[in-house]
Design a protein around this ligand. Structure first.
Ligand code: 5GP
Length: 210
C-alpha cells in the first residue's frame, strides 16, 4: 500500500544576505521540486528592469500596503531599506491546507515573525563559504556603488547575528551543492514521524495512539 499524500503542506522559509545567490538557488530548487509553491510577496518598492508585476513581486503603493496591514491580511511584513515587503496570508493558508509545500524568500525580521506564528515552519539561512566571498560577489555585480555595497555588508553582519533563529544553515559553495543540501533538508522534514503518521493511520489499529 502506498502512503497517502500528506495532509498539510510544509512552510519553508529561506533567508540570506543580499548577494548570496538566493534567487539562483531558488530557481534550481523549483526546477527540481515543481510541486513547491513559491510565494510572490507584496512590496512598495518599484520594479527593477526585468521584473514583472505578479511574478517577481506584487508591486503596490504604500497606501495599499498599509491597508493590508490594517486589515490583518499579512502573515508577516517588514520594512527593508525604506520599503515594505510582506506575505499575504490567504494564498499561503489555502496552499498549506491543500497539502502543498510553500516557499517564502524573506528577510530576517519576517522570518522571526513566521517562526513565532508557525513554529513548524522550516527556516533555512543561506550563506556564502566566507564573508570575504560575499564582499567579492557584491563587488563583482558592478551594479552598485561602494557606499551601497558597504551598506549591504553591514546589513549582512546584522543578519548573520540572527542565524540562531533558523533551523538549518546552508552554505552556497555552488548552486548545485546548496540546492542539494536544501533538497536533503526537505526530504528529511518530509520523513518526520508527525508528517508521516497521518499517512499510515489506517494501516495498523492504534498506531496513532503511540
Ligand atoms: P529585494 O528588494 O532585493 O528584492 O529584496 C530585499 C529583501 O526583502 C530581501 O532580503 C528579500 O528576501 C526580502 N523580502 C522579499 N519579500 C519579502 C517578504 O514578503 N517579507 C519579508 N519580510 N521580506 C521580504
Amino acid at each position: 500500500m502506498t502512503p497517502k499524500k500528506k495532509t498539510k503542506g510544509t512552510l519553508i522559509v529561506l533567508s540570506g544576505p543580499s548577494g548570496v545567490g538566493k534567487s539562483t538557488v531558488i530557481a534550481e530548487l523549483l526546477s527540481e521540486r515543481k510541486d513547491i509553491y513559491f510565494s510572490v510577496s507584496y512590496t512598495t518598492r518599484g520594479p527593477r528592469v526585468g521584473e514583472a508585476d505578479g511574478v517577481s513581486y506584487h508591486f503596490v503603493s504604500k497606501e495599499e500596503f498599509e491597508g493590508m496591514i490594517a486589515r490583518d491580511e499579512l502573515l508577516e511584513y517588514a520594512k527593508y531599506v525604506d520599503n515594505y515587503y510582506g506575505t499575504s496570508m490567504k494564498v499561503i493558508r489555502e496552499k498549506l491546507d491543500a497539502g502543498v509545500d510553500v516557499l517564502l524568500e524573506i528577510e530576517v525580521q519576517g522570518a522571526a515573525t513566521v517562526k513565532r506564528k508557525c513554529p513548524d515552519a522550516v527556516c533555512i539561512f543561506v550563506i556564502p563559504p566566507t564573508f570575504e566571498e560575499l564582499s567579492r560577489r557584491l563587488h563583482g555585480r558592478a551594479t552598485d556603488d561602494e557606499q551601497v555595497i558597504q551598506g549591504r555588508l553591514e546589513r549582512a553582519k546584522a543578519e548573520y547575528r540572527q542565524i540562531p533563529l533558523y533551523d538549518y544553515l546552508v552554505i552556497n559553495d555552488s548552486v548545485q551543492s546548496a540546492t542539494r543540501e536544501i533538497l536533503s533538508i526537505l526530504c528529511a522534514e518530509g520523513c518526520r514521524v508527525d508528517q508521516r503518521l497521518p499517512m499510515i493511520r489506517n494501516q495498523i489499529e492504534g498506531v496513532t495512539a503511540l
